[in-house]
Design a protein around this ligand. Structure first.
Ligand code: F1P
Length: 347
């Protein structure tokens, strides 16, 4: 699915507005900020993109849960691009948020969606269809990774339009995208090890997920997937927030999943791991091949692929989703049709 999305970028010859529709040059050229609106997993894709949009495109970006946005007296800047993200394109809260944004005077609207001609893209000026194929299960999984590729593409396109993307940087990002399917395949190949972990999760009632920086939203995605399909109560925290409360929950019965690739925050994450360890917590660490981690009785490590830089959250989404999937299988829940959830939340 990711390879198809990337191929489209490469076919267009790089990060050009044409990827977002015929009107895109006009709409995107003078964008001064980005407002992202989405629910659930799509919201976490937006939170991930915020790190990219601020750092690479140099634009202010806010991300809001769509079901809340319309209850605020939001101050609209019509030069801000409103990006809705929705796998189904029919989520009512996201649609209502889009309508509210338009009523405030927002005219620059982009829908990132997986279902052609669904309601949200029809109501948007620009559309980017992710090529994830049909999501079989109710919980959004492969749509998430393709949403992230789409959002990275948007970021690089905005950066280029703003003169912030050198030819060299563009080449590097395209290379990174080309290599992404291989890294994702490597992450998928970790499945047997993840099955081993999932058996330890299955009897648990609760779990914590920790990440820092751009990997914090991936921790949130891991926690949501675990809740949605295995019904294990899970919460995600930025690792630095642990000492401000959640550490009180840590004991031998609370598995702690940590996303710890070799980025500039790794040393801080390692010290958070020590905090958990000192409280007798059992840790399950996803660490890429470049980050040094010693295993112990309390610290289990799965090595994700070599660090892929800015695209690292895309690679780390795979193992946390697989962990939820196998924990659900081990508990005997219906992974495709979780209780109380609908494929498109239209109420
Ligand atoms: C949003 C969403 C999914 C979640 C579940 C319920 O859907 O919250 O992320 O996994 O399926 O709906 P969408 O707007 O992305 O279609």
């Amino acid at each position: 699915a990711i390879a198809d999305t990337i191929e489209a970028v490469i076919d267009e010859g790089g990060f050009t507005p044409a990827l977002f529709g015929p009107d895109a040059q006009d709409v995107l050229a003078d964008v001064e900020g980005v407002q992202i609106l989405a629910c659930g997993t799509s919201y976490y894709a937006g939170l991930t993109a915020r790190y990219w949009i601020e750092a690479i495109a140099g634009l202010p970006c806010s991300v809001e849960i769509a079901s809340e946005y319309r209850y605020r007296a939001a101050v609209a800047n019509p030069k801000h691009l409103v990006v809705t993200i929705s796998q189904s394109g029919e989520t009512l809260d996201t649609m209502e948020a889009l309508k509210y944004a338009k009523s405030l005077g927002h005219d620059k609207t982009l829908s990132i969606c997986n279902v052609p001609e669904s309601a949200i893209p029809r109501a948007s000026r620009l559309v980017y269809y992710t090529r994830a194929g049909a999501e079989i299960g109710v919980a959004s999984t492969k749509a998430f990774t393709t949403q992230l590729v789409a959002l990275f593409t948007l970021t690089a396109t905005l950066a280029r339009l703003r003169g912030r993307l050198s030819a060299e940087a563009e080449g590097d990002y395209l290379d990174a995208l080309r290599q992404l399917p291989g890294s994702v395949q490597h992450a998928l190949n970790l499945e047997p090890q993840i099955v081993g972990w999932s058996e330890r999760f299955a009897p648990k009632q609760h779990a914590l997920f920790l990440g820092r920086g751009v990997h914090y939203p991936i921790a949130m995605e891991g926690a949501l997937k675990l809740k949605e399909i295995s019904y294990i109560h899970a919460e995600a925290y930025p690792a630095g927030e642990l000492k401000h409360g959640p550490l009180a929950l840590v004991d031998a019965e609370m598995p702690v999943v940590v996303i710890a690739p070799k980025d500039s925050l790794l040393e801080k994450v390692k010290s958070n791991i020590q905090e958990v360890r000192a409280r007798g917590g059992e840790m399950f660490v996803f660490a890429d091949l470049d980050s040094q981690f010693g295993e112990s009785e309390q610290v289990h490590v799965i090595r994700t692929p070599r660090h892929v830089g800015v695209l690292s959250p895309i690679v780390h989404a795979i193992p946390v989703q697989l962990l939820a999937y196998h924990a659900a299988l081990a508990r005997g829940t219906d992974v495709d049709k979780p209780r109380n959830l609908a494929k498109s939340v239209t109420v």
